[in-house]
Design a protein around this ligand. Sequence first.
Ligand code: PEP
Ligand code: MN
Length: 276
Amino acid sequence: MKPFKLAARENKDKDTIIEIPAPAGTVRIGQGYCTVIAGPCAVENREDYLSVACALRKYGVHILRGGIFKPRTSPYSFRGLGKEGLAIMVEARQITGLPVVTEIMDVRDLDLLYDQVDILQVGSRNMQNYTLLDQLGQVDKPVLLKRGLSATIEEWLLAAEYILSGGNDQVILCERGIRTFEPYTRNTVDIGAVPLIKHLSHLPIIVDPSHATGRWKMVIPVAKAAVAAGADGIIVEVHQEPDRALSDGKQSLTLDHFQQMYEQVVKLAALENKNI
Ligand code: PEP
Ligand code: MN
């Protein structure tokens, strides 16, 4: 038996499909679907977030992203708007009808976020925060579990196991690149992780081509590669004006580039017999 008992494919006949109810309709993540999550790295202010959210909704995005508690390498960088950002996200959810995902960095924020957001994201830096994972196992809310900065596939699936073994079976895995010796890209994207996870586990897996590369010019081809490799979706950073983004502008798509990417992803999803 595999060390990740509940996450293992042998444990379940069917692939896990996560259902996310929202005002504009239920969104699904898992086998048979290609789900597109998009938005800026961080919620920066009300006007920008609402306008990017409405534009993305028009293009066909299924779920909105936006960080409000940001894990930053330097304590002097923009670390998110916190509660004020959450109120803006909630407003975007009401206006667009789309579900929202944001990162939870601290178990003490669980009550605050639980009622207001549709998916809780565990960031790469917290993939092995076992206290946080234990707490997320106790709630009935989907968790987007990013692969740790240098995590092996087994460590990642064991992190998922923490959540599953607590009783929460709604885990979505997210490949976001791993740290290697290569300095030209922010991370090295592991596309092979997609078919490997499909082989090992029944859990859905999506890819984050933005953090995986760190360069907006690589985002479209890597997003396409992810869908072609069988990913259940993608999560992409988009900003109206990447040059003035408070975080991750270099890897953010403009709305025009996002639209180009979306059109190509729709074609690939059709080839893979997936609903989009
Ligand atoms: C993010 O999605 O904004 C983020 C910080 O990602 P990661 O945890 O993968 O670095
Ligand atoms: Mn980011």
